[in-house]
Structure formats: structure tokens, C-alpha cells
Design a protein around this ligand. Structure first.
Ligand code: F6R
Ligand code: ZN
Length: 185
């Protein structure tokens, strides 16, 4: 029967099988102010890759969806685990779905009232990020954390709203993964 082969995900590598749209690499030097230990951040070469996003080509406009995979390296800045910058959507009401592909970590979610919570992410985990909720991936494991995301193409990203950071930081302390509340002001 006439049919076409859609793009897929190779589960072992967590990568798209098809030619993709954009690929964006975020390096340590791009993440100024994201990690709390500024001296530890400065000690890491600026060109060190922290995460990479690959996206499928898809239609854009109201009602259309973007599909991307984030590959987040394992590592720490001081005692704080590598993480994505994190964002609210520009259009706050727009939600997103994350799906764990490879590696282990945490999805940090925070509402507009500043209340934060964590979900464990691992291969096969499904995460429903409601509207009005900021989100960030954190790699607490020793291998690459890869997660597929699907979100409305009109959602946009608002990074500035979290310029003062999230209310929780995830660190390694005494060999254990710990979440610490941040005191602001
Ligand atoms: C899209 C989305 C992900 C992130 C990616 C990188 O709405 O949530 O594709 O964009 O994980 O994280 P940021 O954008 O926070 O640098
Ligand atoms: Zn998002």
C-alpha cells in the first residue's frame, strides 16, 4: 500500500531517525547566572556543551505543534547538576508534553505563584506540563538525559520571567541527590 515512512526515535540513542530541522547547542558560556556557584561556572571552559535540542520540521501557526528532543549532558557546576535554562511559555496558557527517552533526571515545574515541584524522568515517563507552568530539565544521572517534547508552535519562550531563577535547586550533597529551597530577596 502506498504510504510514507514518518520520522522516528531510536530508543537506544534517543535520537530522531530522520533528517531534522534545527539543532541548537547550548554551551556552558551561554548559561551565565543559571548556576548558583558562579566561580565553579567560570572554571568550566565556555565552549563545553551542556545540552542540544534537535527539532523536526513541522508546520507553524495557531494549532500546529513543534516536536523536539533535548539531550542534556551529565555533569555538575559545583555541586549543582547540569540543567536547561528553563522557561515559561510566552503565551502562558500553552502547555507541553515531555516524554523520557534515555537517562534519568528530574523535571522541575514551577507555577506563577512560585510554587515548585519535581517529577522523576526516565525512559518511558510521560509528563503533562500544564499552562502557566515554567519547566526545566535536570540531569541527575551519569549518562545523557534525552527527552522528547511536543508543544504548540505559537507558545514561544519567556526566559526573562525566571531571570532570578527557580525556587528549587538540585544538588549533590554527601553523595545524595538533594533539592534545596532558594531564599529570594
Ligand atoms: C520547548 C521546550 C524544550 C526546551 C529545551 C531547552 O518549549 O520546553 O524544547 O526548549 O529543553 O530548554 P530551554 O529552552 O529552557 O533552554
Ligand atoms: Zn517549553
Amino acid at each position: 500500500i502506498p504510504s510514507s515512512m514518518p520520522p522516528g526515535v531510536a530508543f537506544l540513542s534517543g535520537q530522531f531517525t530522520a533528517e531534522n530541522g534545527i539543532k541548537k547547542i547550548t554551551r556552558c558560556g551561554d548559561l551565565s547566572g543559571v548556576f548558583y556557584d558562579r566561580a565553579a561556572w567560570q572554571a568550566i571552559p565556555v565552549d563545553t556543551p551542556v545540552y542540544r535540542v534537535e527539532m523536526l520540521r513541522s508546520p507553524q501557526g495557531e494549532g500546529e505543534l513543534f516536536v523536539g528532543i533535548t539531550h542534556l549532558q551529565p555533569g555538575r557546576v559545583g555541586d549543582e547538576f547540569y540543567m536547561t535554562r528553563g522557561h515559561f511559555h510566552q503565551r502562558r496558557e500553552q502547555g507541553e508534553v515531555y516524554f523520557g527517552l534515555r537517562g534519568t533526571g528530574l523535571l522541575l515545574l514551577q507555577n506563577e505563584q512560585g510554587v515548585a515541584r519535581l517529577e522523576q524522568i526516565s525512559p518511558g515517563s510521560v509528563h503533562i506540563i500544564p499552562g502557566f507552568t515554567a519547566h526545566r530539565l535536570i540531569n541527575t544521572g551519569s549518562e545523557v538525559l534525552s527527552a522528547l517534547a511536543v508543544w504548540p508552535s505559537v507558545a514561544g519562550h519567556d526566559y526573562a520571567a525566571l531571570a532570578h531563577g527557580f525556587a528549587l535547586r538540585v544538588i549533590e550533597q554527601d553523595g545524595k541527590i538533594q533539592a534545596k529551597e532558594v531564599q529570594h530577596g
